[in-house]
Design a binder for this molecule. Structure first.
Ligand code: HSE
Length: 345
């Protein structure tokens, strides 16, 4: 049995989803895969910070947050460390970085991740900012220190996307990836087709935990653009930045546009796309009117879908949850399991 001691920065929706999975399935994961995941530190700006080398019970962490919104009631030998203090002092094997996403600067996550890698910790994150903006630098530091980066949850939450492309489709020759990569906007468009107005639909996406802290990132297409950059750079050998994505969000779509598409047997979807054209990688995010018979047209709500076009297999499509607390928390489990397997080899 291998034990991975985990330090968590951020204990919001995704962190709590991860803790819930550990509380419910930790022993089963240990039995099935020989992997004991032990949270030894949690640091959250709003909820407090604590560290216990003996391990923190995930169910107790959840109960504390649910009852008081804070972690103060949990006994621990160390308290009050900030994020960088936690990373500097904790005795851990991996850092789970779940601070808020900033697609402009990637901070504070980039600083957290660099510090952890330099201490020889594996890093696992669902934070799109650092992976979209800084992956090559982080990978170089990781390689120098012999540790791994897990970022599966940055695209399509726990639905296989990055590892699927990197491991299972790598030899098939990916020439294009396109699909629905933002749950919030797909949920809003689906609700608007059902007659709800934009503001109520956005409020629904926020209430369900799909939207970013600042939902402008979702509705203006920045979140999808970040995911397109991640797909391009991790799966298609590109080195795009955010500005390279030709981006339009959904805010200019009116109820009339949506009704007109419906009466013409079509549906609006926010489509992210990256493709190789004459050796150059081109990327875009834009509302696209799809005929109902198109495979992506029937993907509704917060569900995401990606179609990988490959030389050897033609089109391969993955459909599944694209946001949500357990759905994204699951991606962290996948990454930790993949790291564990790689280390064992
Ligand atoms: N805000 C994102 C979305 C969360 O709606 O898809 C998952 O990355």
């Amino acid at each position: 049995m291998d034990t991975y001691r985990l330090a968590m920065i951020g204990f919001g929706n995704v962190g709590q989803g991860f803790a819930q999975i550990l509380a419910e399935r930790g022993p089963q994961l240990a039995r099935a895969y020989g992997l004991n995941l032990k949270i030894v530190a949690v640091c959250d700006l709003l909820k407090g910070s604590l560290c216990d080398p003996a391990g923190l019970d995930p169910a107790a962490l959840l109960a504390a947050v649910q009852s008081s919104g804070r972690l103060d009631s949990i006994p621990a030998p160390h308290r009050g460390w900030d994020a960088l203090g936690t990373i500097a002092k904790v005795d851990a094997d991996a850092l789970i970085e779940l601070s808020y996403t900033d697609l402009k600067t990637g901070e504070p996550a980039i600083t957290h991740l660099r510090a952890a890698l330099e201490r020889g910790l594996h890093i696992v994150t669902t934070n799109k900012g650092p992976i979209a903006l800084c992956y090559p630098d982080l990978k170089a530091i990781a390689d120098e220190h012999g540790v791994e980066i897990g970022a599966e949850g940055t695209v399509m939450s726990g639905t296989p996307s990055l590892r699927f492309g990197q491991e299972l489709l790598a030899a098939a020759g990916i020439t294009r990836i396109q699909g629905i990569v933002n749950g919030t906007t797909n949920y809003i468009l689906t609700q608007m087709e059902n007659g709800m107005d934009y503001t109520a639909a956005l409020a629904g996406a926020q209430a369900k935990g799909y939207a970013e802290a600042d939902p402008t990132g979702d509705v203006e297409g920045y979140d999808a653009a970040g995911k397109v950059v991640i797909l391009a750079n991790l799966l298609m050998g590109a080195s795009l930045d955010m500005a390279a994505v030709d981006r339009t969000g959904i805010t200019a779509l009116t109820p009339q546009d949506i009704a007109a598409a419906q009466s013409a047997g079509a549906r609006w979807k926010l489509i992210g796309r990256v493709e190789s054209e004459n050796g150059k990688i081109i990327a875009s995010v834009r509302p696209t009117r799809l005929p109902l018979a198109h495979p992506l047209a029937s993907v509704g709500g917060a569900t995401n879908a990606l179609t990988f076009t490959t030389d050897l297999l033609g089109d391969v499509t993955v459909v599944g949850p694209g946001a949500g607390r357990l759905e994204t928390g699951y991606a962290l489990i996948c990454d930790l399991l993949a790291i564990h397997r790689k280390q064992r080899q």
